[in-house]
Design a binder for this molecule. Structure first.
Ligand code: UD1
Ligand code: CA
Length: 452
């Protein structure tokens, strides 16, 4: 038998007023990726699988995020926010095209895994019209309760409509449902809005299925997989769950972390062999760390590629567009942005390197600053292989320091330096013999010595 085709409908409309945010709820990040990205990443995407995303009017940013992640997905706009069943019908066109299985998932449920989608679809193969993902909630407040009688799922009761007895139920609706694709549209169209909120609840699909004499089943999963995010507090909880997963995966992959709970990773962080991450490191999206690299404490790294056996920090900041070659060394209080540092480059202390290319084995002294911005435009600094930049130098871009060139400390370099040249830009030093004594005498005249 060929694999069953599927249509996944992701409901992502609405600002999420309880997030108290001006950006769409599903664009909030967990482990450096939007909630939507996590859900789209878990949804089936084989040859026979289609994807539809329902967004709110004017939610261009959500449409763009969808396009970025799954360009083949169709987006539909739910004009009025009249409930989750109403939202599914916004994708009526996709539903009408037909699929063996129709899976509806909420865009605010980022912890779901691909395996759970598969588990949920299994009962459809055995004749069920509807499978609902359920979980035992530690605190069921806000979730729809699964009403099970005589071992059969009879209904889902939303909190506002539930009796005291029903509110005591801890088995809850995770918000993910799989429908028999031939029946999905007919079932969802029958859902009414005679309830506490006057909304079309997708959860009422269970009662409709029962009324039609069809089978609805519950597939259970654990709470950590299905936490729905309505508030910033729930966003923080989901982050904790995701971080725990990512840390475990990193440890399993051989990363050394002596205090994993203090290390923050992104969902797409990649590691080579024998990587060490010291306590209190924050890694944002788009970071790859190669074999043997060490990230020392208190470093902050986003969109950066770190070469083999490189050393970063403590207290380093690698911003987007940083590439460190093998064995590069970035020390404390160094910030790097949009720069490539070839193998063996050292920037050990207190520097800013932005919009730059630094050739292999160059040594950048403490306090060196690439002056990349003139208040209007960004300019590039080019430093040749093996160059030595003395401490406290300002490199005023655009500027090129030649291969093997040597810059004297404290220089402000605004013109190109040829290969192998020595560049010095500072005023002549004057020494006055005995001058120190004269100063001391002048300053202490009429004063008692200190410390009495
Ligand atoms: C919903 C379920 C509840 C379940 C919980 C799980 C309903 C009526 N309730 O409640 O049973 O326990 O999720 O997390 O289904 N959305 C739209 N258009 C709408 C309304 C919602 O696109 O008109 C989208 C939202 O963007 C969100 C998702 O649907 O991603 C769920 O909506 P939300 O308001 O968060 O539902 P809950 O109250 O959490
Ligand atoms: Ca929700």
């Amino acid at each position: 038998m060929p694999p069953r085709s599927s249509l996944t409908i992701v409901l992502a409309a609405g600002e999420g007023t309880r997030m108290r945010s001006s950006s769409a709820k599903v664009l909030h990040p967990v482990a450096g990726q939007s909630l939507l990205a996590h859900v789209l990443g878990a949804a089936p995407d084989g040859a026979g699988d289609k994807l539809a995303v329902v967004i709110g009017p004017g939610e261009e940013a959500v449409a763009d995020e969808t396009k970025r992640l799954r360009p083949e997905a169709a987006t539909y706009v739910q004009r009025e926010r009249l409930g989750t069943a109403h939202a599914v019908l916004a994708a009526r066109q996709a539903l009408a095209q037909g699929a063996d299985d129709v899976v509806v998932v909420f865009g605010d449920t980022p912890l779901i895994s691909p395996g759970t989608f598969n588990r949920l679809r299994e009962p459809l193969n055995k004749g069920a019209a509807l499978a609902v993902l359920g979980f035992q909630a530690a605190d069921p407040a806000g979730y729809g309760r699964l009403v099970v009688e005589a071992n059969r799922l009879q209904a889902i009761r939303e909190e506002v409509d539930a009796s005291a007895q029903e509110r005591a139920i801890t088995l809850c609706n995770a918000g993910v449902m799989a429908f028999d694709g031939r029946k999905a549209l007919a079932i969802i169209e029958k859902i009414g809005n005679a309830n506490g909120k006057g909304e079309y609840y997708l959860s009422d699909a269970v009662a409709v299925v029962r009324d039609l004499g069809l089978e609805a089943v519950v597939i259970e999963t654990n709470e950590d997989e299905v936490r729905g995010i309505n508030t910033k507090a729930q966003l923080a909880e989901a982050e904790q769950v995701m971080q725990a997963r990512l840390r475990k995966a990193a440890l399993d992959a051989g990363v050394t972390m002596i205090a994993p709970d203090t290390v923050y990773l992104a969902a797409d962080t990649s590691f080579g062999k024998d990587v060490t991450i010291e306590p209190f490191v924050v890694i944002g999206p788009g970071v790859s760390i190669s074999d043997g690299a060490v990230i020392h404490s208190f470093s902050h790294i986003v969109q950066a590629s770190i070469g083999k056996h490189a050393s970063v920090g403590p207290y380093a900041r690698l911003r987007p567009g940083t590439t460190l070659g093998d064995g590069a060394r970035i020390g404390n209080f160094v910030e790097i942005k949009a720069a490539t540092l070839e193998a063996g480059v050292k920037v050990n202390h207190l520097s800013y390197i932005g919009d730059a290319h630094i050739g292999a084995n160059a040594n950048i002294g403490a306090g060196t600053i690439t002056c990349n911005y003139d208040g209007f435009t960004k300019h590039k600094t080019e430093i040749g292989a093996g160059a030595f930049v003395g401490t406290n130098s300002s490199l005023v871009a655009p500027v090129r320091i030649g291969t093997g060139a040597y810059i004297g400390s404290g220089s402000v370099i605004s013109r190109d330096v040829p290969d192998d040249a020595l560049a010095l830009e500072r005023s002549e030093q004057t020494n006055r013999e005995g001058g120190a004594s004269r100063i001391r005498e002048l300053k202490t005249r009429g004063k008692k010595p200190k410390g009495d």
